[in-house]
Design a protein around this ligand. Structure first.
Ligand code: F6P
Length: 343
């Protein structure tokens, strides 16, 4: 078969491991030929392709980013975009397409399935917010990077008796914040799923400091919001998928904490560091398993599906299920585990 492969949305550690696994299993077990579509759906629209074979994939397993490039382009928001994607598929004589991405990329893949394309999806995102899979690759790496950063923030916060607010990514889900906060021993974890009350946060920090501790790490997810009407937050721009560009809540929080408690406060916004560099061993293995399973799904003719992890087994699920709802943080994990360490 001739199979197209593309990576869409924000890059993520483990993308190259998926590509390598797809190509290796496809070439060796099925004598497939591959075509890389450059820069996600943008390259598919513009007809830009890259050579892709086992040789090209040598050495890429531990490399961050994506050798295919990526973008946040939505063909349904570009004049003639869908027709041009279908033309690229026809010109390159592709029998199927493997789309590696998050909610947006897979949403487009699902819609294109309705327009006659044979697509299999692979769930990618550091945010871990895709339902139908227990975990996405990239999440584990992002949590490890954030945890390493929090460990470092502890020692400088303690040396200066400061509160340090550490802002992490995650879009509208608090998975990275919750996991890194638990792993890094945060005094507070603020997530989008549960709007925070700045007074409660400050009172809790004051109580903690009265007990003789003078340094606190507050982990805040970039999508965390104050309770309605309590603090003014600046609005931000949106991308082609209608997502807000998040980031900056940590600055506001650090300022307010210092003003209300008198504790000297600083902020560290981890940003794209969480997405860069080499994937953890866990993510390399998960990405490799997903890649092998995706090309097998193509050969089984199971299109409009996504590979997913359930009970440590790789399964195929309808793409529609994966997109049905945002997978938000397990409230019980926050309540029963994270909060035990808040004061
Ligand atoms: O979805 C992954 C993610 O890293 C989010 O956590 C974050 O909000 C967003 O992408 C940042 O996107 P960009 O790379 O376009 O700034």
């Amino acid at each position: 078969m001739r199979v197209g492969v593309l990576t869409g949305g924000g890059d993520c550690p483990g993308l190259n491991a998926v590509i390598r696994a797809v190509v290796r299993k496809g070439e060796v077990a099925h004598a497939d030929e591959f075509v890389g579509l450059a820069d996600g759906w943008r390259g598919a629209i513009e007809g830009r392709t890259l050579p892709l074979d086992v040789e090209r994939c040598r050495g890429i397993l531990p490399r961050g980013g994506t050798i295919l490039g990526t973008s946040r382009t939505n063909p349904y928001k570009v004049e003639g975009g869908v027709e041009r994607v279908l033309e690229t598929v026809a010109v390159n004589a592709l029998d199927a397409l493997i789309a590696i991405g998050g909610e947006d990329t897979l949403g487009v893949a699902h819609r294109l399935g309705g327009d006659g394309l044979s697509v299999v999806g692979v769930p990618k995102t550091i945010d871990n917010d895709l339902s139908a899979t227990e975990v996405t690759f990239g999440f584990h790496t992002a949590v490890q990077i954030a945890t390493d950063a929090i460990d470092r923030l502890h020692t400088t916060a303690e040396s200066h008796d400061r509160v340090i607010v550490c802002e992490v990514m995650g879009r509208n889900a608090g998975w990275i914040a919750t996991y890194a906060g638990i792993a890094g021993g945060a005094a507070e974890i603020l997530v989008p799923e549960d709007p925070f009350d700045i007074d409660t946060v400050c009172e809790s920090l004051k109580r903690r400091h009265q007990k003789g501790r003078f340094a606190s790490i507050v982990v805040v997810a970039e999508g965390a919001k104050p309770e309605e009407g309590t603090l003014a937050v600046a609005s931000s721009s949106v991308d082609q998928f209608g997502h807000e560009r998040l980031g900056g809540i940590g600055n506001l929080l650090a300022e307010e904490i210092e003003r209300r408690t008198g504790f000297e406060s600083r902020v560290t916004i981890l940003g794209h560091v969480q997405r860069g560099g080499t994937p953890t061993a866990f993510d390399r293995v998960l990405a490799t398993r997903f890649g092998v399973a995706a090309i097998d799904a193509v050969h089984a003719g199971e299109f409009d599906t996504m590979v997913a992890l359930r009970s440590n087994t790789i399964v195929r699920v309808p793409l529609a299920d994966a997109l049905a709802e945002l997978k938000t943080v397990d409230e019980q994990l926050v309540r029963d585990v994270a909060e035990v360490f808040f004061e």
